[in-house]
Design a protein around this ligand. Structure first.
Ligand SMILES: Nc1ncnc2c1ncn2[C@@H]1O[C@H](COP(=O)(O)O)[C@@H](OP(=O)(O)O)[C@H]1O
Ligand SMILES: [Mg+2]
Length: 254
């Protein structure tokens, strides 16, 4: 099985488990979210341990180990991204399985199990054109102020979607044109989304245009931009303008 096949298989299997858990466990609220996080993680890690015993793993739901820092191949996993939305019975949540090689978001899969969608870095579709009015996807629960600023300045609209994987999928599938996040995230929130977005031809970077790097000691990713390549320069310039006019606010960038 190729690494891409494995990533997709793990994401699909964890997704099916999560759909089933939500439908038939009788759990709800925090108990449902906690059970989903734990069971999806256990399933992915067990299968990875068998299929790729020599690779390192960084997962949101597992204890981190310094051993991964000297590994070239690291699987970066978010077994349930958008736990809040999963608990709420919504469909904007995702399973992220990525393989980072030498610090890149090399390949991966993002499953949106409630929509029966799996995006893979080795199966791309042509990018759709931008909407006449730019649609900027941002967090439902923690919308990025810079996204509202960019939407206002560009005459665009905001689309509030849960989960970094679901927002990235919305851009890939032509349901949004850009995804902006500020105020922190972790590597597992965006490594698989970035792997599939890059493969689809989208621009992926920090909000100041800097390259995204993975398998770092500090797994915090302070901000992120995923958009059509033709929009990147304009949005990065607006983000810079936004920062310059809000430099009295706490700086979460690293
Ligand atoms: N300020 C912040 N600090 C840390 N993590 C954040 C964050 N804002 C968003 N995230 C994480 O990024 C993922 C997508 O968030 P959002 O839906 O708000 O866009 C969520 O992952 P989890 O659901 O796996 O916890 C969320 O916890
Ligand atoms: Mg997450």
């Amino acid at each position: 099985m190729t690494d891409e096949d494995l990533a997709a298989d793990l994401a699909i299997r964890a997704g099916a488990l999560l759909v089933d858990l939500r439908a038939s466990s009788g759990l709800s609220g925090g108990a449902l979210g906690a059970a989903g996080d734990a069971r999806a993680n256990d399933a992915i890690l067990a299968a990875l341990g068998t299929a790729r015993p020599d690779d390192a793993v960084l997962s949101e739901e597992s204890t981190d180990s310094a051993a991964r820092l000297s590994a070239r191949r690291v699987w970066i996993i978010d077994p349930l991204d958008g736990t809040r939305e999963y608990r709420a019975g919504r469909n904007d949540w995702a399973v992220h399985v990525a393989l980072s090689i030498d610090g890149e978001a090399t390949l991966g899969a993002v499953a949106l199990p409630a929509r029966d969608i799996v995006l893979r870095s080795d199966q791309t579709r042509p990018l759709t054109g931008e909407a006449a009015r730019l649609r900027i996807a941002t967090s439902r629960s923690r919308p990025a102020p810079v996204a509202a600023f960019a939407a206002e300045r560009l005459g665009g609209t905001l689309v509030h979607i849960g989960s970094a994987g679901a927002k990235t999928a919305a851009v890939i599938m032509g349901e949004a044109d850009a995804y902006l996040h500020s105020g922190a995230q972790s590597e597992w929130d965006n490594c698989a989304p970035v792997a599939v977005a890059q493969a689809a031809g989208l621009h992926c970077s920090r909000l100041d245009g800097a390259a995204l790097r993975y398998n770092r000691a500090d797994v915090v990713v302070p901000d992120i931009l995923i958009c059509h390549p033709a929009r990147a320069r304009q949005i990065i310039a607006l983000a810079s303008e936004y920062r310059a006019s809000h430099d009295d606010e706490p700086d979460t960038r690293r």
